[in-house]
Design a binder for this molecule. Sequence first.
Ligand code: TXA
Ligand code: MG
Length: 353
Amino acid sequence: METRTLATDLPDIFKQAVSEACALLAAGEVVALPTETVYGLCADALNADAVAKIFTAKDRPAYDPLIVHIPHKKDLDMVADVPPEIAATIKKLIDRFWPGPLTLVLPKKACVPDIVTSGQSTVAVRTSKDLVFTRIIRTYGKPLAAPSANRFGSISPTSASAVKAELDGLIPLIVDGGACMFGLESTIIKVEPDSPKARITILRPGPITVEDLKLFGRVVVPGKTKVRGPTGPASIAPLAPEVPGQLASHYAPKTPLRLLESPADFIPEEGKRYALLSYRGEPDDGYIELVDWAGIQVLSPGKGKLPEAAVRFFYALRELDKLGVDEIIAEPMATHGQGLAMMDRLTRAAAKR
Ligand code: TXA
Ligand code: MG
């Protein structure tokens, strides 16, 4: 199949992209769309045959459930029920973070096909604030299932060209909305009643951080372990949480990747070529001069800003993966703010396949 890419940067061609995307969705096809986190591979969430095409194009196993997007935040009842015990907390979270990169796991409505939720009784829901995505889903008027638009287990795409590299020939249309605003997949949470505050479990760390969520309940991050941060004392990095689809090995480049705890952990082998994923490219951090790197990507030059690093994160991994080196070496990052999400992705990218 030919994969077309449609731009959106002028009013007329934007209109054309919206109408072509909606026509394909209505015909039960899949379409790759930009969101503020990463590009999503979208299909009508209430059409099981259309959703099946997402699994085929991504080569995604049936046990890995999808995220469902709703057109407006007021449309939550299209796909989910909110248990009364957590209704007040959910309302506050939605008021604060929607539209935006926060996904809520809630009891699903009967209309949501089992293929979307991998047979579970819960559905993961969010509403995007990307302008192109919003225009398309609101024109379409129905919920869209939208996992990241990459082949299963590989690096999430943060640009239309990255989607093309992943899914060329497998899907009919990519709508190009430019680079994604955040660059990391949404934070996924589950909310449970507790006293005095609700319990908020982070199933996947993302752009909405532990610090952001603390205002709304007691935040739990499953499976934490201690590692050393680049500049400070011991900090925290996550191990694989027990969530369906959150596999230990994921987000992986084709090149083997190793996440260091400190520069002393790296002893280069004779004849091997290495590339470095550096947080801020600062020689004083001790990584830049370890070896004659075949390539270096710096996530946030200078002082190092975690949100800037997040925007460049998957792009940088993709670029390093193109070099054909023997191994990608990643510097550790601090694990506050969006650092927690990047350390989670690096831990999974480094997991043995
Ligand atoms: O930012 C994002 O969330 C992007 C954009 C495109 O929306 N989507 C995304 O989807 O990252 P995906 O398929 O790459 O990741 C979805 C993950 C699954 O791997 C699974 O861990 C979790 O969401 N998930 C989905 N339904 C769930 C459920 N009912 N309970 C727990 N986790 C669920
Ligand atoms: Mg994904």
